[in-house]
Design a protein around this ligand. Structure first.
Ligand SMILES: Cc1ncc(COP(=O)(O)O)c(C=O)c1O
Length: 442
């Protein structure tokens, strides 16, 4: 994009600076020197304030699984708009989406809606504490679970703070109380023996283990079967709950990642795709554990209000979006994901540049290293790798591809093979112009 094309975005950013800190109201969309402002989206393309068009491989951080302005979702929302958007009364729309989700996932006996994935994780952790009567939670080093204090611990710890093989509990937000750190036990992702030892040492105080089966910030590396089976076994033996964060990974399969993996957690947090592009989250699980929210006998063990919980707009949009996601559509979308990952791997091989791609289903993440990646520590980019990745992503952006600054990409059903090939072609040119050293011919 030419520099003159940023004029409108620059103007908007200057206005934003006068009313928002750093002109920003969502840390993850900050882009130096200023973000590009979107005006509209249709299918897999977004148009910015200066008329530039981007092929969207970010899809609002994985949530827009059908791309933008999907006509089926839009029609459902338009119909609901005429009927009113929220009431201090439940509506049938929440039952419809709850029935759809519970019918797809064997572990979802009961479900409750929230307004975001952060809230869904928060309510899952509160439910686990309420059900077990234990105060602490365990989570994996480097995994992102939204903005609840306890879920944020050790999100971005580095070598200077993360400790030895047993990870330290490291604050993410300045001012996090020490009591929060004391109540979060951090385990290493995909290191089965170490994690089991740590969990057993704290078993009496732990309400649950929170795990994303393919944590994006920890490298978008799938959890190994051995690791997940250990977590299921240890939590069952010690009376802890196993909580899956499927806020992103729910897009991996018709029954979420847990369906594909064959592991049933006690509770699951979901969000993003289930709202059809509107704010949403949900916590689901066994009827026994979810009973902590049941108000019929008076104050529940875990009270949970929320002015916009299960608002009918999010419910009808989510239902329309999820109904479009048939098993066949998941198969087609995931095949596109496989094509994209294969294309990226081939581009690295052709360029003779160190790099690899992780991910599964319709998700991928690009890493500028050939070192085997198994956990957060191995996947955490060095300064040189981060600089090389930024150069590649800047090139992609300048050539009309939108993706996350971490190298993560999420596909949409609005794409076909030609969009995947367009992406791979631009990625190959990005590598060619990256200035990265080529390794010796083999
Ligand atoms: C794995 C995971 N959990 C939780 C969240 C928080 O969801 P939300 O942004 O809807 O609050 C996210 C958001 O990206 C996420 O990726």
């Amino acid at each position: 994009m030419s520099s003159s094309s940023t004029t409108q975005s620059q103007t908007l950013f200057n206005r934003a600076l006068d009313v928002m800190p750093g002109g920003n109201t969502r840390t993850t969309v900050w882009h130096a020197p200023h973000p590009v402002y979107a005006v509209s989206g249709a299918g897999c393309r977004i148009t910015d304030a200066d008329g530039n068009v981007y092929l969207d491989f970010l899809n609002n951080y994985t949530s827009m699984i059908h791309g933008h302005a999907n006509p089926v979702v839009a029609k459902a929302v338009r119909q609901q708009l005429e009927l009113g958007t929220c009431f201090a009364m439940p509506t049938e729309s929440e039952i419809v989406l709850a029935e759809l989700l519970c019918s797809r996932v064997p572990g979802f006996e009961r479900i409750r809606f929230t307004n975001s994935g952060s809230e869904a994780v928060m309510m899952a952790l509160k439910a686990a504490r309420a059900h077990t009567g234990r105060p602490k939670v365990a989570k994996c080093e480097g995994a992102y679970h939204g903005s609840y204090d306890f879920a944020e611990v050790s999100l971005d710890s580095g070598p200077e703070s993360w400790g030895n093989a047993d990870p330290n509990s490291v604050a993410y937000t300045a001012g996090t109380p020490k009591s929060v750190l004391d109540d979060v036990i951090v385990i290493p992702f995909n290191r089965t023996e170490e994690a089991e030892r740590i969990l057993r040492a704290h078993a009496d105080e732990l309400a649950c283990v929170l795990i994303d089966p393919m944590p994006n910030r920890a490298g978008l590396i799938p959890a190994t079967t051995e690791y997940l089976e250990m977590l299921r076994r240890v939590t069952s033996e010690t009376g802890m709950l196993l909580v899956f964060d499927e806020v992103i990974s729910f897009r991996l399969d018709y029954s979420g990642a847990q369906g594909a993996l064959g592991v049933t957690p006690d509770l699951t947090s979901i969000a993003k795709i289930i709202g059809g592009g509107f704010p949403i989250g949900a916590v689901a699980g066994s009827a026994d554990v979810m009973a902590v929210f049941d108000p019929r006998q008076g104050k529940p063990l875990a009270p949970h209000g929320g002015t916009f919980n299960a608002n009918p707009i999010s419910m009808v949009a989510g239902t329309a979006a999820m109904e479009l996601l048939t098993p066949e559509e998941f198969e087609r979308l995931n095949a596109l994901g496989a094509r994209a990952r294969a294309g990226v791997a081939q581009a690295f091989a052709n360029a003779g540049i160190d790099g690899q791609v992780t991910g599964d289903g319709s998700l991928l993440r690009i890493h500028m290293t050939s070192v085997p990646l198994i956990d957060y520590r191995s996947a955490r980019a060095t300064e040189a790798q981060a600089t090389a990745l930024s150069r590649v992503i800047d090139y992609m952006y300048a050539n009309g591809i939108l993706m996350a600054e971490t190298g993560m990409c999420a596909l949409s059903t609005a794409m076909g093979e030609s969009e995947i090939d367009e992406f791979v072609e631009i990625f190959a040119s990005a590598l060619a112009s990256s200035g990265q050293p080529r390794h010796a011919a083999e």
